[in-house]
Design a protein around this ligand. Structure first.
Ligand code: 3H9
Length: 693
């Protein structure tokens, strides 16, 4: 049963009991209606308390029911709220922990609301690409005022109950919630009805129209590509202009339309993808974890320093090791500079700066790592260098310490074999800047112990990273896929495109930065070094050599004042370069490639489907355990547009039949040997399925 019904001396207590967050799925909704009716029919009951068991009042509508028959099956949430609101006996919502979305809308339907301090109150629907669809856009402005409500609805951000203490939302704020709610209900039950309804309150604002227009202008810029925020404003405005009932009907219309949009599907996919990523199929949730009280980071460069900051930020002391005092001093100075910048921006309290710095212990000696529970290596990306480090770690690290490598391409199994404890070795691939980027690829070696994985995943959550597990392969999930994307970008230069066109097309698709601007930022020499290794390791693979030509002229990107683009000193703006464009045209001539006009559509297809095709192979090989893991890597680490949900969901949206046809078409053209269709795409397309079902 998803709802419990108990009576306490004249008060009926209806308790939502649908773990984990008391989502308002069909059985919960039915249970609430049943409870309210039962209370009406019982003459001994004078009032009703509505509350939630466990760690939530309610996290809102059950998102998994969206676009399924259950979502519209009666009693719908609208019916439930109407039943609560029209109850002749007063209903008191007793709110604790979390009241979000439909949960808050349900509480707004009650006659009275009591909250415990510390409860998170939100209408976060906008983050799922929808709007509050059960009266939130109509009742919240009536409860707390137009401006405060619009802020909450458009941002989706949670507000602590104590901040809302005097907003008009709550009748009381009480620590001892259960007792207080019963007492309040008894008092309310003794009063003559009718009891107050939020819907009957007025929205008072000196210039509602002006404020709404101001909000619309501000949101229009920020909400580019996301339809929901503006719809939130439309719905609130409707409530102001045409009244509660018509406003409610309009809100419903908007909800039904938004829930079908690809943007909402993408955002919901990301919501569940983030949570699914932390679950590893053969590592049960109750796997014991090792305690991480002390971390060590080897290498105080940009990467090592950034990695250290993640742990310091959550209060875990870090020992930072370098080979030279100078490098150590430089590393510490960079960490301090980063924190100073946060203080300047008002993101960090000045006194916290020294507290954080005090958590770093610099050292030049491996002996100082002996107490670390986790040691993360961030040294030069070369197997020989890693070998020295891991052999040394094997000597000094305490038994049970987790030894992690931040390698982005090297074989973690080989690294593990440098130690006598391969079960304790794991990859922790942070993305630069490591203190900012959300993504953490956790690389599972053949022998990595399950409790090591469970520990690292838990720790990742603590340092607020999106951790995705990858098996061992060259480049892991993210870089292995991006290589195919860049390969296509370079082929297209040979075939007729120029860097600015490629970048413009993919940026219009929604990528934060196109491949050439990105490469200029990261340094073209990095890709060059990787390609040289590839030419050696995979002599049979066909690569465009056009980027090598660029590198031979020393154009490594922003840091050398020129790369695929020209740059002016102190300015990161990319200006198309005549020299480079001429070089590209000359290269095509040299290689006897007839240049043709390449459409933006082709650019987007070739870049994105290159990701999809490699992603499908990664799934086939079990390097990623689910398609949503790949999407999370791309959404959090590679600037893939959130509103498209990641490459694999995007492929589903296009339809795998269409993806397959396009890949086969490109495979039959010049440079087509780079397209080896992943069998998984053909299989799923034949079954009319997608990567996500
Ligand atoms: C809505 O209400 C629409 C209405 O306006 C109109 C309807 C007509 N549904 O985050 P956690 C699962 S839209 C289904 O790790 P935390 C979640 O997937 C809804 N499942 O815990 C996870 O499952 P698993 C508006 C949900 O303690 C588990 O619960 N509401 C829902 O860190 C634990 O989640 C929202 O957008 C749901 N609504 O944080 C709130 N919520 O264990 C979305 C959670 O299998 N939820 N799950 O991986 C949240 O923000 C957080 O989950 C919350 C708890 C703060 C509640």
């Amino acid at each position: 049963m998803a709802v419990d019904y108990t009576t306490h001396d004249g008060v009926a207590v209806i308790t939502l009991n649908n773990p984990p967050v008391n989502g308002l799925g069909l059985s919960t909704r039915a249970g609430i209606v049943e409870g309210i009716e039962r209370a009406q029919d019982d003459p001994a009951i004078k009032a009703i308390v509505l509350t939630g068991a466990g760690n939530a009042f309610s996290g809102g509508a059950d998102i998994t029911e969206f676009n399924t028959p259950k979502a519209t099956q009666e009693p719908t949430l609208a019916t439930v709220i109407k039943t609560v609101e029209s109850s002749a006996k007063p209903v008191v919502a007793a709110i604790h922990s979390v009241a979000m979305g439909g949960g808050l809308e349900l509480a707004l339907g009650a006659h009275y609301r009591i909250a415990a301090p510390g409860a998170q109150i939100a209408l976060p629907e906008v983050k799922l690409g929808i709007l509050p669809g059960a009266g939130g856009t109509q009742r919240l402005p009536r409860a707390i005022g137009l401006e405060a409500a619009l802020n909450m609805i458009v941002s989706g951000a949670p507000v602590m109950s104590q901040v809302l203490a005097h907003s008009g939302l709550f009748d009381e704020l009480e620590g001892e919630l259960a007792e207080a709610a019963l007492a309040f209900a008894r008092k309310a039950g003794a009063k003559e009805g009718p009891h107050p309804k939020v819907r009957e309150r007025k929205i008072e604002h000196p210039n509602a129209e002006g404020f709404i227009q101001f909000a619309r202008n501000s949101v229009a810029v920020l909400a580019k590509n996301f339809p929901a925020p503006l719809k939130c404003i439309d719905a609130v405005e409707a409530g102001v202009k045409i009244g509660f009932d018509k406003g409610l009907a309009f809100e419903r219309e908007c909800f039904v339309a938004l829930v079908q949009t690809p943007e909402s599907r993408a955002l919901r996919h990301a919501f569940f993808g983030e949570r699914a990523a932390s679950k590893i199929p053969d590592v049960p949730a109750d796997t014991p974890v090792r305690e991480i009280r002390q971390v060590a980071v080897i290498g105080a460069g940009t990467m090592g320093g950034g990695i250290a900051m993640n742990f310091i930020n959550v209060g875990i002391p870090v020992t930072l090791l370098e080979t030279k005092q100078e490098a150590l001093d430089r590393g510490l100075a960079t960490i301090r500079k980063n924190y100073e910048a946060s203080v300047k921006k008002g993101k960090l309290k000045p006194e916290a700066l020294e507290e954080r710095m005090a958590l770093v212990t610099p050292t030049l000696s491996y002996d100082d790592l002996k107490n670390a529970d986790l040691i993360v290596e961030a040294v030069f990306e070369e197997l020989g260098v890693k070998e020295q480090v891991f052999k040394r770690l094997d000597e000094v690290a305490k038994s049970g310490a987790i030894l992690a490598s931040n390698t982005s391409t090297l074989d973690v199994d080989k690294i593990a074999a440098f130690t006598k404890r391969p079960q304790d070795v794991v990859g922790m691939h942070f993305f630069s800047p490591a203190n900012v980027m959300k993504l953490l690829e956790v690389v599972r070696g053949k022998q990595t112990a399950k409790d090591v994985l469970a520990t690292v995943m838990k720790l990742a959550k603590k340092i607020r990273k999106t951790a995705v597990v990858s098996g061992v392969c060259d480049g892991f999930i993210g870089n292995r896929m991006i290589e195919q994307y860049i390969r296509q970008a370079l082929f297209m230069l040979e075939e007729g495109a120029l860097p600015a066109q490629v970048d413009r097309a993919i940026e219009k698709f929604g990528f934060a930065m196109g491949p050439f601007r990105m490469s200029d930022l990261a340094g073209n020499d990095i890709g060059w070094a990787i390609r040289k290794r590839r030419y050696h390791e995979y002599p049979e693979m066909h690569y465009s050599k056009i980027a090598d030509r660029l590198c031979e002229t020393g154009r490594f990107g922003q840091k050398t004042g020129g790369g695929w683009y020209d740059y002016k000193a102190g300015d990161r703006t990319a200006h198309p370069s005549k020299v480079v464009d001429d070089m590209i045209v000359a290269y095509s001539k040299e290689t006897n490639t007839e240049r043709r006009k390449i459409s933006d559509e082709e650019i987007v297809e070739r870049l994105v489907f290159a990701l999809v095709n490699e992603g499908a192979k990664i799934l086939e090989e079990g390097i990623a355990s689910k398609a949503s893991d790949i999407d999370m890597v791309y959404l959090t680490g590679y600037g893939f547009p959130l509103y498209r949900g990641g490459p694999m969901l995007y492929a589903d949206t296009v339809g795998l039949y269409n993806v397959e046809r396009a890949i086969r078409r490109y495979a039959s053209r010049p440079n087509g040997d780079a397209w080896q269709l992943a069998p998984r795409i053909a299989e799923l397309a034949a079954q009319g399925r997608g990567f996500n079902g």
